[in-house]
Design a protein around this ligand. Structure first.
Ligand code: MSP
Length: 674
């Protein structure tokens, strides 16, 4: 049986089409949103940056000279408030938080080629310059604005009355009256509609395009772009106390990052793609092109809005207390499984629920048992049966035209690149993994380990292992944008010496793997993991780190130059409410070896608390025991079970196992610890 036959079985969704072959190296400038510095990144933000990085890597493999900007959006009331709470100046506070965002992107291997901060001088200059151009062109006027404003989303809420909730986040709006500069957005209604009509791909996906179109068709009001009530913003030159209001500040960062007023020198503007979350599509697809049109500047080519990562069916966000941070996942499983999971599991453009269970299942099924296993079995057999050299199949040379395999290469390449091109990442990966499965099945059917025992089948063995290795080479290249490090490792193990990142997808073809190539040192790529243990490790790390992250957000890490011992004031300690609790009942949490679900009487109520103490305590030994409970923590779910508080324990037992805090004297239930 030939792999061709196997492959045909899985080729139902093939679409015909051509790939374009760029002649020169055109530029491709893409951006992530500029993240607010009033909090630290969670995996929702990480998703945005990962997707941008996948596109960056894909476009490089399609011949583009790619440049990616990310950065920090630092002005506004929220940052000012958070800084005040932390007892810092906004500049000092925001600098520390921006550094943490930047450091995380570096750590995860997804740094921007440029990290723009809206506090950068080059950005101030660009905003002031753009304002001047808009003003000279007659699109700025002064006026009074009274309206409802949501400080959390930094947006006025149209048609809301005093105290009405913000339609986006549900929190009460504030009434604001002040003299502002206005941008004459109303004059751009028709220009924008014409622009959308002439550029049908400007807003993606289609559902967002329709949403924006109907918003603009409904009429546009002029937009307040300065504030006098805020100190923390970019000054409007000669117009103190006006400072620019967030969107006529942050959006311009995309331009400041690539030259600002001198953008022509870098040749990167206009942006080819702004990758954003769906909640900020309007600002990008309506305000931003209007600002640029008003200033006679080129507008971006495309805005792509992705959906939200949901956790417990709600948008993951700090205020809801349902965030998942990337570091624990990355420390336990690595960044690549997270990248793969997010791109494979979530249909790009739609919302998707994040689940640890699905993450680890995908890891085991697609990476460990899928690509990792295929690479390992193919390369191990080449090592064992051909002394570590890619075998020469009979008829090699004519093989480029060999029907089944050449067909494979062109069909799979065309189909997958077309899907990548449309940012249909999930389908692209599905297509690649169909090939992984097809090659795997081919090996299972051909049984090279049996052929190896039959000297008369030596040629057949060479053909089978060559075919598997060449198929592996092609799927490895196709998966590279999503799994850059692990595919590079497989690539090296296949004996390839040019970096995979420099390979052009449209130049990949069957037969390029040279017989006689010495394969590299074999090493496992994705070791299988035990699901429940892995999830527990991630969750307990998550719990520890989210506490640390909250503390860090409230008290930014000192910069090395100004390092001082991390002491807290008594008022910080007073924020933690600890009480004596009495365990009423305890049981194990299904599927979690370390977790116990407890009902704890804390004096005025009985709380359900999930504690990671099952390795050290049996449920029956805990009932009737007095424990110390932190009672004012945000509720969290652990393995789907809500936990309303935390039991205090020292990591002091064997192997750091928990030892519960307690009292020698008898203490009343509910007594507060001070
Ligand atoms: N500062 C503005 C953007 C200005 S762009 C000139 C902002 N910042 S943000 O930090 O609140 O969010 C930035 C982006 O993070 C969102 O647009 C979205 O891309 C991403 N996400 C934040 N939470 C998210 C989820 N729960 N799920 C997916 N992405 C989410 O908005």
């Amino acid at each position: 049986m030939r792999w061709q036959a196997v492959f045909r079985l899985s080729r139902t969704r093939t679409q015909k089409g051509r790939m374009s072959t760029p002649r020169a190296k055109p530029k491709y400038y893409l951006t992530t949103p500029l993240y607010y510095t009033n909090g630290l990144p969670h995996i929702g933000h990480t998703y945005s940056t990962i997707v941008a990085d996948v596109i960056r890597r894909y476009k490089r493999m399609r011949g583009f000279d790619v440049f990616m900007t990310t950065g920090a959006d630092e002005h506004g009331v929220n940052v000012e408030r958070s800084a005040k709470k932390a007892g810092k100046s906004p500049q000092e506070y925001s600098t520390a938080i921006a550094a943490q965002w930047r450091q995380l992107w570096d750590e995860l291997g997804i740094p921007g080629d440029e990290f723009i901060r809206t506090t950068d001088e080059r950005h101030h200059r660009t905003v002031q310059w753009l304002f001047k151009r808009c003003r000279e062109n007659g699109f700025i006027e002064k006026g009074h604005y009274t309206g409802q404003y949501c400080v959390h989303d930094n947006a006025y809420v149209v048609d809301a009355g005093p105290g009405d909730p913000c339609p986006d986040c549900g929190r009460p709006t504030e009434t604001v009256t002040e003299e502002n500069y206005f941008f004459k957005l109303s004059e751009f209604q028709q220009k924008l509609l014409d622009f959308y009509a002439a550029n049908p791909d400007f807003i993606r996906p289609e559902s967002r395009r329709n949403e924006v179109l109907s918003f603009v068709q409904g009429g546009l009001r002029n937009l307040s772009i300065t504030r006098t009530t805020i100190r923390w913003g970019i000054p409007v030159p000669g117009e103190a106390p006006h400072v620019f209001y967030v969107w006529f500040d942050a959006l311009i960062g995309y331009l400041s990052a690539v030259g600002g007023p001198e953008f022509d020198e870098r040749g990167l503007w206009p942006a080819d793609l702004h990758m954003v979350g769906k909640e900020i599509i309007r600002f990008h697809a309506v305000y931003w092109p209007a600002f640029l049109m008003a200033a006679d500047l080129p507008v971006p080519k495309q805005i792509w809005a992705h959906g939200w990562l949901l956790f417990d069916s709600e948008k993951m966000s700090k205020s809801r207390g349902n965030v998942v941070r990337p570091r624990p996942i990355v420390s336990v499983l690595g960044i690549e499984p997270l990248r793969y999971y997010l791109l494979r599991e979530i249909v790009f453009g739609q919302d998707g629920s994040f689940s640890y269970d699905a993450l680890v299942s995908r890891y085991n099924s697609d990476l460990a048992n899928g690509l990792g296993n295929l690479a390992s079995r193919t390369l191990t057999m080449i090592d064992r049966y051909f002394g570590g050299e890619i075998p020469k199949p009979p008829g090699y040379g004519a093989l480029g035209n060999e029907p089944g395999s050449a067909d494979f290469a062109s069909e799979a390449l065309t189909r997958v690149t077309q899907l990548y091109e449309k940012f249909s990442f999930s389908l692209a990966l599905e297509g690649i993994w169909e090939q992984v499965a097809a090659i795997d099945k081919y090996l299972t059917v051909e049984k090279p380990w049996t052929l190896a025992d039959q000297p008369e089948n030596r040629e057949r063995l060479a053909k089978v292992l060559y075919t598997a290795a060449e198929g592996l080479r092609i799927v490895t290249a196709l998966a590279h944008p999503v799994l850059p490090q692990s595919t590079e490792k497989i690539w090296r193990q296949l004996g390839q010496t040019t970096p995979l990142a420099s390979v052009q997808m449209d130049q990949l073809s069957w037969g390029q793997l040279k017989p006689g190539t010495k394969i590299g040192k074999l090493e496992g790529i994705f070791p299988r993991v035990e699901k429940s243990e892995t999830i527990e490790r991630i969750e307990s790390m998550e719990q520890e780190q989210s506490k640390a992250a909250e503390a860090a957000a409230a008290t930014p890490a000192p910069t090395p130059a100004a390092a001082a011992p991390a002491k807290i004031g008594i008022e910080d300690f007073a924020k933690i409410e600890m009480r004596v609790g009495l365990v009423k009942s305890a049981e194990r949490v299904a599927g979690a070896d370390k977790l116990l679900q407890l009902q704890v009487d804390i004096g005025n109520e009985v709380r359900q608390i999930v504690a990671g103490i099952a390795s050290a305590y049996k449920p029956e030994d805990l009932v009737g025991r007095k424990v110390v409970v932190v009672v004012n923590l945000q509720p969290r779910k652990l393995r789907g079970v809500e936990s309303n508080g935390m039991i205090v324990a020292a990591s002091a037992g064997p192997d750091g196992s928990p030892v519960l805090a307690g009292f020698l004297e008898d203490v009343p239930v509910g007594a507060r610890l001070k």
